[in-house]
Design a protein around this ligand. Sequence first.
Ligand SMILES: [Zn+2]
Length: 64
Amino acid sequence: MSNCYKCNRELISDETALFKKTVDRMADEFLCIDCLAERFDTTRAELEKMIERLRESGCTLFTK
Ligand SMILES: [Zn+2]
């Protein structure tokens, strides 16, 4: 399992998947959803909505 490279929190698979989807598909270091929200100047809630949309659209990075 990976940890956020900024705050060092342990990541869940949705967080690494979101990072791959929005930042770098080939990434091997990741940000947690909170640090990613800060980076994109958005909110954690918006990113969670994005995860749900991607999951529903069948994006293979996100597991059910
Ligand atoms: Zn973090």
